[in-house]
Design a protein around this ligand. Structure first.
Ligand code: NAD
Length: 463
């Protein structure tokens, strides 16, 4: 059981900002299969025109579009301008959001505009630090995509500038704001899985798109793609469209599977169990199938050690990615504890609990005579081994978001805009962002160094 915490009701109300979770129970099947519905109450959704937040999007690719779409669903938010380095993406921005938005290839033009309050930074990873810092210095609130940084040392620079400027800065692992993650946190704190023993995370893929072979548009050429600006501080290389449109596949611009995918799991994990993260990582893997010029692995297995803290026991986390999973793909995030397992998603949490077997069954008894077996049975019966009293029935319990739930992406932006309006702290600030990104980057550090690496999750420094 977590120190200082007792098991409370599994069906209580929780609040996040001004939103509240309600969980209305109904019995799914028998006492061994229960299902509860969760919903959120967005009471503060109406804002006056004075509260309108004008945003600009920097990096209008795949995630920039998903981000902006989610942001614009929050009441009182208006898109004013979009920046990108490929003309086709600026055309797409006008197609999606109307011809009146301003478009440019130079993000500094957005930062110079007085009518922009906040920017979304959804560029490749190697641009996050520079644009985030420039934006905060220009007086803009920032929503910076994950991983917050491409290199360990960049994180402290962002933290320092955020402290100096006081600008709101939210990092974009949106799943952490979800109803599923929030309920998982509450369940964990209520002792639903006892003490944590393991985290089991995996992401299996079986498609070219899943393995980051994104399409390269036929009109891409030096007149439509600003390759030199894209390179930024990365090494100068000849013009190559694969590098521009499939930047994840190159260490110079991305962070591999760890920075792309592990980082979400770290955000959820650290949030749910109230942790600063692991202190040791050991990675292996390889480039096994997608030999298309990339220099990052397509198979990765990384093991992490989490040290004991006030909010959790010492435990191990196993992270696995396979981009050539012949089973067709799939994924999972399981917290396994001394009393149960919790499968955490953005829209659902499933808790599986079973009784700990202390009395031997048939397996080991075969080696004893019938008379000895009987004496052993009597001995165990005399001990009257306790059956565990539990707030949940032993069996499976699932919490699912109701159909009208707006989703984690909406909630994450809602939290961002509420923080801007109310000058309150965000759920995923740069310190949190560095802890999640830093933990992920340890996988790359260990993989390329071919040895375990150590990190101080409190000071956020490599050891
Ligand atoms: N939160 C999530 O679930 C999630 C999902 C996918 C991607 N991401 C993150 O979002 C970011 C973008 O990923 P993506 O898949 O959208 O990539 P993408 O290649 O589709 O889009 C990136 C865009 O940024 C533009 N760009 C590059 N450098 C720029 C610069 N200096 N100024 C302005 N624009 C620039 C490119 O032209 C491109 O259109 C990455 O950091 C990625 O890790 C997050």
């Amino acid at each position: 059981m977590n120190k200082g915490k007792t098991r409370r009701s599994f069906l209580k109300k929780a609040t996040l900002g001004s939103a509240a979770i309600t969980s209305a129970p109904y019995i799914f099947a028998s006492s061994y299969q229960q299902k509860f519905m969760l919903s959120r109450d967005y009471r503060d959704e109406i804002f006056s025109s004075n509260d309108q937040v004008n945003i600009g999007l920097i990096g209008s690719g795949i995630q920039g579009i998903y981000d902006t779409t989610a942001a614009l669903k929050v009441a009182g938010v208006k898109l004013v301008a979009v920046c990108d380095l490929y003309t086709g993406r600026l055309d797409r921005a006008k197609e999606l959001w109307g011809g009146s938005i301003a478009v440019t290839r130079d993000y500094r033009e957005l930062l110079d505009r007085k009518d922009i309050d906040a920017v979304i930074v959804a560029t490749p990873d190697h641009w996050h630090k520079k644009i985030t810092i420039d934006a905060m210095k220009a007086g803009k609130a920032v929503y910076c995509e994950k991983p917050m940084v491409q290199q360990f040392n960049e994180g402290h620079e962002i933290i320092n500038v955020q402290n100096e400027t006081g600008m709101v800065c939210q990092v974009g692992s949106q799943g952490m704001s979800s109803l599923g993650n929030e309920n998982a946190k509450q369940l964990y704190e209520d002792g639903a899985i006892g003490e944590i023993v393991m985290l089991d995370f995996y992401n299996d893929r079986y498609s070219a798109e899943g393995a980051w072979q994104y399409p390269i548009p036929p009109d891409a050429d030096p007149s439509t793609v600003d390759f030199d600006t894209f390179l930024g501080n990365a090494p100068k290389v000849p013009y190559e469209l694969k590098r521009f449109f499939r930047w994840r596949n190159y260490q110079d611009y991305g962070t591999g599977v760890a920075g792309d995918l592990f980082v979400h799991a770290f955000s959820t994990l650290n949030h749910v169990i109230g942790s600063h993260g692991p202190n040791r990582a050991l990675a292996t893997g390889g480039l096994r199938y997608w030999k298309d010029g990339r220099d990052v692995p397509d198979v990765s297995i990384t093991l992490y050690d989490y040290p004991k803290t006030d909010s959790h026991a010492a435990f191990n986390a196993a992270f696995r990615i396979n981009f050539i999973a012949g089973n067709g793909g799939g994924g999972g995030f399981k917290l396994i504890g001394t009393e149960g397992e919790m499968q955490v998603g953005q829209n659902s949490v499933k808790v599986i609990r079973s009784k700990l077997g202390m009395v031997p069954g048939g397996y080991s008894m075969i080696a004893y005579t019938e008379a000895t077996q009987e004496k052993i049975r009597q001995g165990y019966a005399a001990q009257k081994l306790e059956t565990r009293a539990s707030a949940l029935n032993v069996g499976n319990t699932t919490w699912e978001a109701s159909k009208d739930y707006k989703g984690g992406h909406y909630d994450h932006f809602y939290n961002f805009f509420q923080s801007i309006r109310n000058k309150k702290s965000v759920i995923q600030d740069p310190t949190f962002g560095l802890r999640a990104a830093g933990a992920a980057l340890l996988a790359n550090e260990s993989y390329y160094q071919k040895k375990p690496v150590h990190w101080d999750p409190d000071t956020m420094k490599l050891l």
